[in-house]
Design a protein around this ligand. Structure first.
Ligand code: ZN
Length: 307
């Protein structure tokens, strides 16, 4: 009798298990499949889409966003997506080639729509001609523009999935509140600092500097691998001495050769300022997100502005 009921139990389990996974699959397939072209867009889309979206970050943790290109397998899986979220302004140099192939099957939202791009680094006197013509893509580092990007994402999700409009709008309201808190924290932190100039290895903080009236000087260009001339390095040394700057901000993906030699020349300390274009594996494991990393960035900037 006992053996019989165990057998029956096993039999039931056998039939119940596939049932469970089928139900799970139905839930999954009712969610939108959304690809985000790199980390902040992935984070924003997850926060706005909530339970209604399955978001995939195209650029894996630890990769250099400025150099990444999708392989054939990624292109094939993109074709299965409902929506592709991009930054625009040159952050996705691979997109124009793909646009014709995927546009018929996949909606694409350009989150920089409505933004006024900056074309040069204000305050850098040796901006090369070629750099002047390249729009700066790092808009997400200005919280106001990050919110505009989230609004563009919300509008795209609502268009694809109007049934869940209220949820998307509620999530956007929560996101807006967090941006407002971040903005207040930035303004309060910067209220009474000794200086507002900072030196970085990767020219990524133009929009942030513009928004909060800071002055950024950069060792390299819009892409971290662009190298400065000897004259630019000499000018940086003068700038650092003139403003009594004690910290140099390095990109987390920068090997640090130039910043180390500059720091040694001017007796400065190296800190890491995060452009949040891609998380390191450690940051991913630690559960960091756009807001926690922006908060850390401002803590470090404030330290450099005070000392
Ligand atoms: Zn960058």
């Amino acid at each position: 009798m006992l053996r019989k009921s165990i057998a029956l139990g096993l039999l039931l389990l056998f039939f119940l298990l596939p049932g469970c996974s089928k139900q799970q699959k139905e839930i999954n397939s009712s969610r939108l499949t959304v690809y985000a072209s790199f980390y902040p867009l992935y984070d924003f889309t997850k926060k706005i889409g909530g339970e209604h979206v399955n978001v995939i970050n195209l650029v894996p943790a630890g990769a250099n966003v400025h150099e990444w290109e999708p392989g054939p397998q990624t292109v094939a899986s993109l074709l299965e997506a409902d929506l592709l979220v991009v930054n625009g302004l040159g952050m996705e140099p691979w997109l124009p080639k793909l646009q014709d192939t995927i546009a018929a099957d996949v909606s694409i939202v350009n989150t920089s729509t409505g933004i006024t791009p900056l074309y040069q680094n204000h305050g850098h006197q040796h901006v090369e001609e070629t750099r002047l013509k390249i729009p700066d893509p790092h808009i997400w580092l200005d919280p106001h523009y990050a919110l505009l990007q989230a609004e563009n994402i919300a509008a795209a999700l609502i268009e694809l999935d109007p049934q869940n409009k209220d949820d998307y709008l509620n999530n956007l309201a929560a996101f807006t509140q967090k941006i407002e808190e971040l903005d207040r924290y930035f303004l309060e932190s910067l209220q009474s600092t000794k200086r507002r100039e900072f030196v970085v290895t990767h020219l990524a903080f133009n929009y942030l500097a513009e928004r909060y009236k800071l002055k950024q000087m950069s060792i390299s260009g819009l892409k971290p691998q662009a190298e400065p001339s000897a004259a630019q390095m000499a000018e940086l040394v003068d700038f650092i001495r003139e403003h009594n700057i004690r910290y140099i901000f390095q990109d987390p993906f920068d090997e640090g050769r130039l910043s180390q030699s500059l720091a040694a020349d001017v007796n400065a300390t190296i800190l890491t300022l995060n452009p949040i274009a891609s998380l390191t594996q450690e940051e991913e494991v630690a559960g960091e997100d756009y807001f926690s990393l922006m908060h850390k960035n401002m803590e470090l900037l404030t330290k450099a502005f005070q000392e």
